[in-house]
Design a protein around this ligand. Sequence first.
Ligand code: ADP
Ligand code: MG
Length: 293
Amino acid sequence: ATPMSIMVATGRGAQAGVLVRDAAALESLAKVDVLMVDKTGTLTEGKPELTDVIAADDGMDEAEVLSLAASLERGSEHPLAEAILAGAESRGAVLHETTDFEAIPGRGVRGRVAGRAVVLGNLALMRVLDADLGELAGAGERLQEAGKTVMFVAVDGKPRGSWRRRTRSSPPPARPSGCSAVRGSRIMMVTGDSERAARTVAGALDIEDWRAEAVPEDKRDIVAELHARGHHVAMAGDGINDAPALAAADTGIAMGTGADVAIKSAGVTLMRGDLNGIVRARLLARATLSNIR
Ligand code: ADP
Ligand code: MG
């Protein structure tokens, strides 16, 4: 491609909310035949919302559970952390001092809040703790069935509550199978969220190919497997947990609403995070390359 056509394309892309780093990224995007997408923050809206807090029936109340969890999330840049913090603020929760914060990518976070050991994250993380979720497990399953992301919190090793975050797609998602721009390329959703939530979201978007409970290394390994089978892979993701897969993909597509590390490891950044943007970006790349052919 000529420098001029690349400049025109990148300019037009920027107007459409698609930032392409350089000519190589644009050319690579045009060749993509498998599009791998992360769910949370990519297919679902970048600004999730905390809907409910459920406390285990053993003494600690909702406000206390939320206050411990939100205090911990101040250290995280995950979109779920922002949702919990905003939810805590609107409910007037008091935040405590947090030490020993640690992010567990694709799983959750942990640290010490007001002298107590707090762990917050998905079911897989609770399994590692060998936590008996009791009645919280059933409540969580029902919410996941509705496509909601459920997180659990354990305080001093005991499960204390769970909450759900509304999962919405915004703007209304493109339906991949019905969209000519994506026809001919395979779409695959890969998420660290639960099977149930993944199945519901994939179903709503007509995505037949999906994997749930994937940690960052799984996402990267899936890219490698696709490479081994000769595919040209684009990976779209928003988080720290997506960085290894973004770097491994032929074309890394980061969400502008996502983590800095994701943007740094991607050749393409979408200012509005949705499938439509990815479709626009790919169309633009193809048009540019055919113009100069
Ligand atoms: P996705 O792949 O869908 O973007 P992630 O890999 O970022 O999801 O996270 C997977 C799961 O791990 C989330 O659904 C959530 O349950 C848990 N999790 C990850 N980070 C956090 C966090 N900062 N706070 C609470 N839970 C988290
Ligand atoms: Mg994500």
